[in-house]
Design a protein around this ligand. Sequence first.
Ligand code: PEP
Length: 251
Amino acid sequence: MAERTPLLAANWKMNKTIEETERFLAVFLPRVADAEVEVVVCPPYPSLKAAVEHCAQSRVKVAAQNMHEADSGAFTGEVSAPMLLELGVDGVILGHSERRQHFGETDEALARKLPAALAAGLEPILCVGEREEQRDAGETDEVLRRQIEADLAEVDDERLGDVVIAYEPIWAIGTGRTATPQQAQEAIELIRERVGTRSVEAAAHVRILYGGSVNPDNAAELLAQPDIDGALVGGASLDPGDFAAIVAAAS
Ligand code: PEP
C-alpha cells in the first residue's frame, strides 16, 4: 500500500480580504507549525500574494480557486497558470461545484485545465460530486464515473497520481449535512477504482479528499476511513482555530 500524505485544504471561496488573510495566518501558522500533514490555503485571487508571503517560512502551501487553461489571450476576467506561478502559488482548485453550478464550468474545459495546471507545475485539486437528486435516484456511481473519466481524459497516465481529487457531494457543501463516513468512503473507493482502470500505480498514489461540511467534531471519523486522504474544507476553514483543529485531527 502506498504511503499517502494527508492533505487538508481550506477553500475560502469569496471570503477574506488581504488584511483578513494576514490576520488569519498570524493565528493559524503557529498552530500548525508541527503538523505532519500537508496544509493548503486557497484564498481569493487578490489575497494570494499576501498568503504566499506569509506562508513562505512555513510548510503551508497556497492554492488558487480556479484558472483558465490558456497561458494568455482574450479571456476577460480570467487568470492563467503562469500568472499564478509568478505569484508563488503552489496549486489550484478546479471544477468546484460552485463554479460548475454558477459559472458554467464544464467537464470539457476541465479536461483542458488539468493538463495545463500539471504542465505549469501547479498541483490541481479536482472536485467531483453528485447532486442530492442524483444520489436519491441511485446515480452517484455513474455521475462520479462520468466526471472522473471526462475531467481526467487528457491527463497522461503517468501524471494521474499527481492530481488531488476531492469528493464533494453537492448536498453536503455548506449545508451542515455531512456525508456519513461510510458514504464518503464508498464514493472515494469508487473514485480510486476508476483511476485504477487507467493506472494501478496512480490509484495507489492519488490523494482523494472528502469535502462537505467538515468541522472539528466530525473530521477525525471521516479522516479515519481507509481511502480518505484528507479534506477540502469550506466554512470551517474561515476560522483559524477550527481549521487548526481539523488539521490536528488528521495529524
Ligand atoms: C467546499 O466549498 O469545498 C466545502 C466543502 O464547503 P463546506 O465545508 O462549507 O461544506
